[in-house]
Design a protein around this ligand. Structure first.
Ligand code: NAD
Length: 355
C-alpha cells in the first residue's frame, strides 16, 4: 500500500512529491490517516537548514497533524482510550520519559533521547504517519471542529499559549498594564487571543509590518495595532504612547522570529517588564544588558508546550473560544506554500488538507 508524501532530499531544495509505502506502526505506535497538517515557519526553517539536528534524507517534514486512527499497534495501552476511526491530534514533542524535564511533565524539553515529529521522526506532509499512542490526543466527537482547525492547535495554537502563561506567571499582566504581541503570523494570530484570554484585562497591542496582518490581530481581539514597517524605535514608542498613554509595555510576546522585532520589544519594555520569545531566529541576537539588569527586566524563551498546556488549548477550542485564521492548501502546492512562508506572505496558518 502506497501513500503520497512531500520529501526533502537536501537542505535549501524543493520537496519532491513521491509515492512511498504507508508506514507500519510499531507495537506502541498508531497509524494515522492524516486529514490536515499545518505549515509552520519552522518547517521552512528545517528545509532551509536552520535546525542543528541531523536529518536522514529523503525526509518527510510536518509536525502539526490531525487525522484518524487507521491502525493500532498491538501494545498501545488501553489507557490511551484510542480506537480505529477516532479523530486525533499528535502532540508533537516527545520525551523519552527518563530525564528530569520529562519527570517534571515538560517532555517537550526532554534532554534525553526524545524527539519531535517532523524534525527527526517522519512527519505529516503525507497521507499517513505513525506516532506513539501516548502522544495522541483523542478529540471528542462532540467537539465541532474540522481537522484543518485542529492541526495548527498543536503548535501555532500551543506555543504562544505557553509563552503567554509565562508572562502571566511573571506578574506583569493585568488591568492597567500593556502587553505587546509582535509578529502576527501563524503563532501570533493565536498569541493576541491568549493575551486577551490570560491577560487579566491588560491592554493588548499587536505589532507587525503589514496592515493585512494587523487586521487579523484586530479581528482576534487586539485593542490596538501598530504597523512598525520603516519606523524607528522612537516612532513606535510615540505611537504606543498615543494609543495607551504610556510609551512602554509591561510584557511582550515575540512571535515574529525576527531579530529586529525582538530588539524593538526589548527597548519598549518597562522596568520589571517581561519579554518572552517563541520566535526562533538566526543563531545569535545582541541584547542590551544594562537596561535588563538595572531595570530588572527579564527575557525568556518558550518552547512548544506540555501535555497540560495542549489539553487546555484544546478545551478552549472545544468551547469555541479560539478563532482560527486558516487557509487550506494542497500537498501539490507545498513548495509554493513554503516559498510564501519564507517571504512572510501568509495570513494566519496555511494547512495542508487531505481527502
Ligand atoms: N518556540 C517554539 O516552540 C516554536 C514553535 C513553532 C514556531 N516557532 C517559531 O516562531 C516563529 C513564528 O512562526 P510562524 O509559523 O508563526 O511564522 P509566520 O511566518 O507565520 O509568522 C511570522 C510573522 O512575523 C512577521 N514579522 C516578520 N518580521 C517582523 C518584524 N520585524 N516585526 C514584526 N513582525 C514581523 C511576519 O510578517 C509574519 O507575519 C518562527 O521563528 C518559528 O520558528 C517557535
Amino acid at each position: 500500500m502506497k501513500m503520497r508524501a512531500a520529501r526533502m532530499y537536501g537542505y535549501k531544495q524543493p520537496l519532491r512529491l513521491d509515492e512511498v509505502p504507508i508506514p507500519e506502526p510499531g507495537p506502541t505506535e498508531v497509524l494515522i490517516k492524516i486529514r490536515a497538517t499545518g505549515m509552520c515557519r519552522s518547517d521552512f526553517q528545517l528545509v532551509d537548514g536552520y535546525f542543528p539536528q541531523e536529518i536522514a534524507f529523503p525526509y518527510i517534514p510536518g509536525h502539526e497533524i490531525a487525522g484518524e486512527v487507521a491502525q493500532l499497534g498491538a501494545d498501545v495501552p488501553a489507557s490511551t482510550g484510542l480506537s480505529e476511526g477516532d479523530l486525533v491530534v499528535v502532540n508533537p514533542a516527545w520525551g523519552d520519559g527518563t530525564c528530569r524535564q520529562c519527570h517534571e511533565g515538560n517532555e517537550q524539553l526532554c534532554t534525553g533521547s526524545g524527539g519531535w515529529i517532523g524534525f527527526g521522526p517522519p512527519g505529516g506532509f503525507a497521507e499517513y504517519v505513525t506516532a506513539p499512542g501516548r502522544y495522541l490526543i483523542r478529540i471528542d466527537p462532540s467537539v465541532n471542529l474540522e481537522a484543518q482547525y485542529l492541526a495548527p492547535l498543536v503548535d501555532a495554537g500551543l506555543t504562544p499559549f505557553r509563552g503567554m502563561k509565562k508572562l502571566q506567571a511573571s506578574g506583569r499582566l493585568g488591568g492597567g498594564r500593556t502587553v505587546i504581541v509582535a509578529g502576527i503570523g501563524g503563532l501570533g494570530s493565536y498569541g493576541v487571543q491568549y493575551a486577551k484570554l490570560l491577560g487579566g484585562g491588560a491592554t493588548v497591542v499587536a505589532l507587525t509590518r503589514s496592515d493585512d496582518k494587523l487586521a487579523v490581530a484586530k479581528e482576534n481581539g487586539a485593542d490596538h495595532t501598530i504597523n512598525t514597517r520603516g519606523k524607528t524605535t522612537d516612532q513606535v514608542r510615540a505611537e504606543l504612547a498615543e494609543l495607551t498613554g504610556r510609551g512602554e509595555a509591561d510584557a511582550a510576546l515575540d512571535c515574529s522570529g525576527a531579530p529586529e522585532s525582538l530588539a524593538l520589544n526589548a527597548s519598549l519594555l518597562s522596568a520589571e517588564g517581561a519579554l518572552v520569545s517563541v520566535g526562533l531566529m538566526g543563531q545569535r541576537v545582541e541584547f542590551p544588558i544594562f537596561p535588563f539588569v538595572s531595570g530588572e527586566r527579564t527575557f525568556s524563551g518558550s518552547f512548544w508546550g506540555n501535555h497540560n498546556d495542549l489539553t487546555e488549548v484544546l478545551a478552549y477550542a472545544g468551547e469555541g473560544r479560539i478563532k482560527h485564521t486558516v487557509t487550506p492548501v494542497k500537498l501539490d502546492d507545498v513548495n509554493d506554500r513554503l516559498d510564501a512562508l519564507a517571504r512572510g506572505d501568509v495570513i494566519g496558518r496555511q494547512v495542508l488538507v487531505f481527502d
